[in-house]
Design a protein around this ligand. Sequence first.
Ligand SMILES: Cc1ncc(COP(=O)(O)O)c(C=O)c1O
Length: 340
Amino acid sequence: MWRHTASVAYTRCPFDVDAELSAPPDYRWQVVVSGNDTSSQSPYSKPVELIREEEYPHMNQGTYLDHSGTTIYARSTIQRTTHLLLTNLYGNPHSANRPAELSGDVVDAVRLKALRFLGADPAHYDLVFTANATAAIKLVADAFRDLAELTRAGTFWYGYHREAHTSLVGVRELVKGGALHHRCFEGDAEVEAWLSAAGDSSTADDGGGGGCGGPQGGLGTGTGLGLGLFAYPGQSNLTGRRLPLEWAGRLRAAGKGGGRLRDTYCLMDAAALAMTSPMGGVFADPEAAPDFVCVSFYKVFGFPDLGGLVVRKESGHILALRKYFGGGTVSMHHCARRSN
Ligand SMILES: Cc1ncc(COP(=O)(O)O)c(C=O)c1O
């Protein structure tokens, strides 16, 4: 039995998902001139002191200096969520009953709303909710490991920027063949040189390139020899600087027409970037956008404790070949005897 049915009679309450979820007003990125604020150009709709009093009374206990770890949850977010939970019955979205349908509707509506918030057109991008940004990265890494097993090389090449968070660095441990197949780019100049060489068809593949992956450091210009993944943070936790957005587009261009990077994909870790900057620039042009972008919603909104993976639809096939299945990723499974 894979479907649960509701054990209580339940009438679905009228629920306008979009309207319910749009309150309270969003203070972020809103530019309001004058208002009650004495400064001429305030990015907020109310004086900050008032917002702080209304929304963040729990911050009165001290000074919070870890915004890059996570932003603080607002009182109205918690109140609104509690209200929704107490006035609706949400079920398991994978079941077939009214509470389940309601959950499914809310998840779908929130997915669209989150994509809109990130400036990612749902025609070109999808969003997978994950436990956090690390889980989103692991999802991509598992897919590459599984897919690589089907290739002649049996492994994939992994390149990552030196300023990457540990969540990105750890992916190298899934690469079979060790340091020969992964490379840490020591800085932007190394990435630029790698992309330029890959885009230049006259340049011979050098098979190496240094970096903290050792002198072999990976497959040099990346090569067209096999499956590859290049990962970097949208914003560095080490320095706070934002790394170039155009790398994803250049990488894709270098793979066009059978180019060397034709099987190399791009993963951007936007966990830090999304909490300090609108993301529209990352997704504006689907041809130049990273294949995968991970975000951490709790860092942006303070609540709920959730992450996400924005997937460029044209690159979604990579995730479809992941070996593991379970939970909401399958509708049904029937155990049959395997011959080996
Ligand atoms: C740049 C960056 N990437 C990834 C992460 C991991 O995020 P999460 O806690 O959502 O797994 C963090 C967390 O601080 C981060 O700052």
